[in-house]
Design a protein around this ligand. Structure first.
Ligand SMILES: *[C@@H]1O[C@H](CO)[C@@H](O)[C@H](O)[C@H]1NC(C)=O
Ligand SMILES: *[C@@H]1O[C@H](CO)[C@@H](O)[C@H](O)[C@H]1NC(C)=O
Ligand SMILES: *[C@@H]1O[C@H](CO)[C@@H](O)[C@H](O)[C@H]1NC(C)=O
Ligand SMILES: *[C@@H]1O[C@H](CO)[C@@H](O)[C@H](O)[C@H]1NC(C)=O
Ligand SMILES: *[C@@H]1O[C@H](CO)[C@@H](O)[C@H](O)[C@H]1NC(C)=O
Ligand SMILES: *[C@@H]1O[C@H](CO)[C@@H](O)[C@H](O)[C@H]1NC(C)=O
Ligand SMILES: *[C@@H]1O[C@H](CO)[C@@H](O)[C@H](O)[C@H]1NC(C)=O
Ligand SMILES: *[C@@H]1O[C@H](CO)[C@@H](O)[C@H](O)[C@H]1NC(C)=O
Ligand SMILES: *[C@@H]1O[C@H](CO)[C@@H](O)[C@H](O)[C@H]1NC(C)=O
Ligand SMILES: *[C@@H]1O[C@H](CO)[C@@H](O)[C@H](O)[C@H]1NC(C)=O
Length: 300
């Protein structure tokens, strides 16, 4: 008779390949659900970001700390080099019309691992100045929630910083071609670890709002729009590339401050959030896998 762990391994082996962010986003992924631990200092009450969590804009405004968990990833455990950290917004200015995809929110090379914390994670610490200093989410007030994806890539010996991506200033972080950057720098299209969350600055979503992972603001406001030309929900083997637009918008919400003040943001007409769908799918698959394991155990 097979042991429980052997059966579990069997089901994990035949189970779906999970990744962060969900493959249906069509963006580079960290395989094996390898999470990047992202923690906002949050004025002394550290807030650990859950996958697909939805925020109002207040909480994610400060630079988070990031950490990897060697116990959850053999590739991380066996790696002793540096990491490159990236944070991007694929949904600027609007998820249904992402003409500024991607906005580069953070680019930090040469991150080394710190000492192991009590929870087993090791923080990534920058040893040099950021190539693009952290900038918090600032989606327009009349946009439904934007996705924010943080990636840690293995920065192997062959890493080279592409000259075309030198010297970001405040206004040329839009239309960052993520795929191109990853290719040219030799970082590769597969992340070591990743995390993503949503943020909304719609007037109906309180700034300090924090929804459970995958959840949406109760009124429906804050959901991500799925209709229209973007975001891509098509099954993806092809990583998404930046759009052609090179508008000089300084942020994904550059004119939002003076924008719509009314509560009836158009984004509230959103259909089901792909994030919650993705999370539900993943949770559902987990339940199925556990159920299958129990059934096999019962009849073994
Ligand atoms: C994902 O996990 C499987 C099973 O542990 C392992 O064989 C594979 O190498 C892992 N992939 C990566 C990219 O770490
Ligand atoms: C990393 O590991 C390799 C062997 O895998 C070793 O040659 C190298 O010295 C190590 N580097 C550091 C900084 O520990
Ligand atoms: C740090 O990263 C930059 C690329 O951003 C690279 O040019 C530089 O050589 C690295 N410095 C060190 C000390 O590794
Ligand atoms: C690390 O990055 C921060 C900004 O995020 C910067 O203030 C600090 O000087 C950097 N550290 C080093 C050693 O360059
Ligand atoms: C959110 O929108 C308000 C206007 O309603 C604006 O004052 C504020 O700066 C915005 N916050 C961010 C982080 O963009
Ligand atoms: C951003 O603009 C600065 C000039 O302000 C320029 O030096 C740099 O090359 C530009 N970077 C990119 C990636 O376009
Ligand atoms: C940033 O650089 C771009 C050129 O890449 C330039 O057009 C723009 O004026 C610069 N903005 C700032 C604030 O320096
Ligand atoms: C860069 O180095 C890594 C690790 O050795 C390797 O897996 C990868 O294929 C290399 N990339 C390129 C473009 O040579
Ligand atoms: C982004 O880079 C990729 C790979 O180099 C390229 O195929 C694609 O056309 C670029 N996208 C844009 C919008 O320039
Ligand atoms: C949001 O407001 C701006 C004006 O501030 C307007 O140009 C844009 O069309 C609006 N977008 C949506 C999706 O409502």
């Amino acid at each position: 008779m097979l042991s429980f762990s052997a059966l579990s391994l069997l089901f994990l082996a035949v189970g779906p390949a999970l990744a962060i962010p969900p493959p249906d986003f069509g963006f580079p992924e960290a395989p094996n659900d390898t999470a990047l631990a992202v923690t906002f200092p949050n004025n002394g009450s550290p807030l650990v970001v859950a996958e697909a969590q939805l925020f109002g804009v207040t909480i994610p405004s400060q630079e988070p700390t990031v950490a990897v968990d060697p116990s959850r990833s053999a590739s991380i455990a066996s790696y002793n080099g540096s990491y490159t950290l990236l944070m991007v917004d694929p949904d600027a200015r609007y998820p249904e019309a992402p003409t500024s995809r991607f906005i580069l929110h953070w680019l930090q090379t040469n991150m080394t691992t710190g000492p192991q914390a009590a929870d087993g994670t090791t923080q990534l610490i920058n040893t040099t100045q950021p190539r693009a200093p952290y900038r918090g989410p600032a989606p327009p007030t009349n946009s439904s929630a934007h996705r924010y994806i943080l990636y840690a890539f293995f920065q192997h010996e062959n890493f080279t910083f592409p000259p075309a991506f030198e010297g970001y200033n405040a206004t040329n972080r839009t239309s960052f071609n993520l795929t191109d950057f990853l290719d040219q720098s030799n970082l590769g299209q597969t992340a070591a670890a990743a995390m993503y969350y949503f943020a909304s600055n719609q007037t109906g979503v309180p700034p300090d709002f924090v929804a459970a992972a995958g959840a949406t603001y109760p009124s429906g406001n804050g959901q991500m729009i799925t209709a229209g030309p973007g975001p891509s929900i098509a099954p993806s083997s092809t990583p998404a590339t930046a759009t052609a637009s090179a508008t000089g918008a300084s942020s994904e919400g550059s004119s939002s401050g003076s924008g719509s003040g009314g509560p009836s943001a158009t984004g509230s007409a959103a259909s089901a959030s792909p994030s919650s769908d993705a999370v539900k799918t993943r949770a559902g698959l987990g339940v199925v896998m556990i159920a299958c394991t129990l059934i096999v155990l019962t009849f073994a």
